[in-house]
Every structure is written in structure tokens, then in C-alpha cells.
Ligand binder design. Structure first.
Ligand code: NAG
Length: 200
């Protein structure tokens, strides 16, 4: 009699333990405000200033932050590309730097293509293809980062003012891309549990 009572209590205990664990999973924090979301990035101040205009008081899920991060990166990369194209038209860069500038505009185009591809994946996240989607996103966003980095390789005499200014613009695009990649990596490790708005 006493043994069965103990057994029942034990079972009840295990059952409660199970309930607590699953409820933690089910009710895991789904909404992050801008400062919480940006804490996981490498450049949190830039993250906050670039995302704050789009942040909501009730917060967003990780998948929404990843999508927003990539959208904001696309605008930034586009605007730097426009700036680089204008520099090229003005014709101040000579010889080796002139060639480097043209190469840079081209690598920015690759980065832009990879970012657009990433955004379209983030717009149709699905449970059945989640891990492949996360791999693709990591590949394309890493490639975009490396393209932006390659852009700066060809320039000489970095002390020149115009080159310094250009370098800062390109680096800003690089940092913002890195932040978007951090969201995607966090989404990949947190996994499906954190997402409530997925297609099956
Ligand atoms: C974000 O949430 C934290 C609590 O988790 C709070 O301390 C902080 O003030 C919030 N930040 C913003 C910008 O709402």
C-alpha cells in the first residue's frame, strides 16, 4: 500500500517535472526588443541605431529580427553602392585605386544578390526545410561579408581622405551585414522552438 503510494507520488513528480520542462519550451521567450536582440551581435551600438527606427514596443521574434536585419542590410549596401558609383563617375581615383573602385562596385553587386537571396529564404521559412534554409542563409550571408571585405583589398594609400571616407562607408555595410548574420546564426541554434509563425 505504502509502496504504491510512493510509486504514485513518484509518477506524479515525474509528470510534473515533464510538464514544467515542456511548458518552458512552449512558453520560451519569443519576443525580443531591440536592445535584447542586438545584444547577440558583434556591433550592438550600430545594430540598435540601424534597427531602432523599425523596432516595436512589444518586441519581435528572432525570425522577424533576422528578416529585418537583412532588409536593413540591403538598403545599406545599396546606398554604399550608389555612393561608390558616384565616386567612380567623379573620376578622382587614379590608376590602381580606379581599378580597385570598379572591382569594389562589382563585389558589392555580388553581395547584394546574396542578400536578396537570403531575404527571400527568410520570407518563406518552413519547418520541413529549416536546416537547409539555415545552411543556405549562412553560406550567402558569409559570402556577402567576404565580398564586402574583398572590396577594400585593392586600394593603396589609405591615408588619402577620400579613401578613408570610402573605407568607413564600406566598413559600415560590413558591420551591418555581420549583425544580420548573427541574428541568422542565433535563429539556427535556437531552432524551431523559438518560432511560432512558421509554415508547416
Ligand atoms: C528591453 O527589455 C528589457 C527587459 O528585458 C528592458 O530592461 C529594456 O529597457 C527594454 N529596452 C527597450 C528599448 O525597450
Amino acid at each position: 500500500m505504502i509502496i504504491t503510494l510512493h510509486l504514485k507520488l513518484l509518477l506524479l513528480f515525474i509528470f510534473l517535472l515533464f510538464l514544467t520542462n515542456t511548458s518552458q519550451l512552449v512558453f520560451a521567450k519569443e519576443q525580443y526588443n531591440v536592445s535584447e536582440a542586438c545584444r547577440i551581435t558583434r556591433y550592438p551600438d550600430l545594430c540598435i541605431s540601424s534597427l531602432a527606427p523599425f523596432s516595436l514596443s512589444e518586441g519581435r521574434s528572432l525570425s522577424k529580427w533576422a528578416r529585418l536585419g537583412v532588409s536593413v542590410t540591403i538598403s545599406e549596401v545599396k546606398s554604399v553602392q550608389t555612393y561608390l558609383t558616384r565616386l567612380k563617375r567623379q573620376g578622382h581615383f587614379k590608376r590602381r585605386n580606379k581599378v580597385a573602385l570598379s572591382d569594389c562596385i562589382e563585389t558589392f553587386q555580388y553581395a547584394l544578390d546574396e542578400l536578396h537571396r537570403s531575404l527571400s529564404v527568410l520570407r518563406r521559412l518552413s519547418k520541413s526545410t529549416f536546416s537547409t534554409q539555415m545552411e543556405d542563409l549562412n553560406t550567402w550571408l558569409s559570402a556577402a561579408l567576404s565580398d564586402e571585405d574583398t572590396c577594400l583589398d585593392g586600394f593603396e594609400s589609405n591615408k588619402e581622405r577620400k579613401i578613408k571616407l570610402m573605407r568607413n562607408q564600406v566598413l559600415k555595410a560590413y558591420y551591418i551585414t555581420s549583425n544580420a548574420l548573427a541574428f541568422v546564426n542565433k535563429l539556427a541554434t535556437t531552432g524551431l522552438g523559438s518560432i511560432s509563425d512558421l509554415d508547416p
